[in-house]
Design a protein around this ligand. Structure first.
Ligand code: RP5
Length: 160
């Protein structure tokens, strides 16, 4: 596994059950990630310290997951020029609270916002894979292979 190039940050330990799917997806492509639990509300100083070093450490993107009043992805995006993928957690209002908190960013500071829960964590990781694939032919080839395997696996329904 190469050195981490994708940051994965979440607002709580309770988010890891969802966010681990982003880490596992990146790992399946041989892409290293660094996971941190750093709440925008509870650990704002530590969060700032972590974000402020990402670019100089060679990171390429950040996946940020949070629930409820999910400020974290926007707060991360405000402090880095790296692309930020936001993953809404399933939470008190079935995740709609998280989804709207992450998606409704004012113009100027974008957060790419994904589906609620596991699907969002997987797709956020796949989006970062696609970004890395733009400048890495090996990752691009793996992404093509992943898509082909997915298509083959879906064609013949089976018991799981
Ligand atoms: C958010 O509040 C976290 O991202 C989490 O999804 C939610 C609840 O946090 P806990 O009370 O489980 O720590 O900040």
């Amino acid at each position: 596994m190469d050195k981490p190039v994708i940051g994965i940050v979440m607002g709580s330990q309770s988010d890891w059950a969802t966010m681990k799917h982003a880490a596992e997806t990146l790992k399946s492509f041989g892409i290293g990630s660094e996971a941190k639990g750093l709440s925008a509300h509870r650990q704002s100083d530590r969060l700032h310290a972590w974000i402020s070093e990402l670019e100089s450490r060679g990171f390429k993107a950040v996946i940020a997951g949070a629930g409820m009043a999910a400020a974290l992805p926007g707060v991360v995006a405000a402090q880095t020029r790296l692309p930020v993928m936001g993953v809404p957690m399933e939470s008190k209002l079935d995740g709609l609270d998280s989804l709207l908190s992450i998606a409704q960013m004012p113009a100027g500071i974008p957060v790419g916002t994904f589906a609620i829960g596991r699907a969002g964590a997987v797709n956020a990781a796949l989006m970062t894979v696609a970004i890395l694939a733009l400048s890495d032919p090996k990752i691009a080839a793996k992404l093509v292979e992943y898509r082909a395997n997915q298509a083959n696996a879906t064609e013949t329904p089976r018991d799981e």
